[in-house]
Unconditional design. Structure first.
Length: 99
């Protein structure tokens, strides 16, 4: 997916530890990779991707948002997508397609 003009790749990897959202999902800004712990519910994987998209926007546009505010945007935005009946499985399609 393209975020702020940068092509990002989704990759699957086990989480580092049992912790918060930034342990289940990680962002490698230099390599432009979003890493998702796929040993999680599909809805978790989708919100991880949303979270890391906001983290990438935060970096590229220098918004200086703290992680907890990004978590609020993540949950709020994901709920809106769901309420509109949007196909949120597209967020993690690349993981299943094995690009
Ligand atoms: Zn975060």
């Amino acid at each position: 997916m393209n975020i702020a003009g940068y092509d990002y790749t989704l990759k699957s990897a086990p989480s580092q530890e049992d912790g918060g959202m930034d342990d289940l999902g990680r962002l490698h800004l230099g390599k432009q990779i979003i890493i998702v712990d796929t040993d999680t519910h599909t809805q978790q994987q989708e919100t991880i991707v949303v979270h890391e998209i906001f983290e990438a926007l935060n970096f590229h546009y220098e918004l200086k948002l703290p992680h907890n505010q990004i978590s609020i945007l993540e949950t709020g935005w994901y709920q809106v997508l769901k309420s509109l009946g949007m196909d949120t499985s597209l967020l993690t399609k690349e993981l299943r397609d094995g690009v």
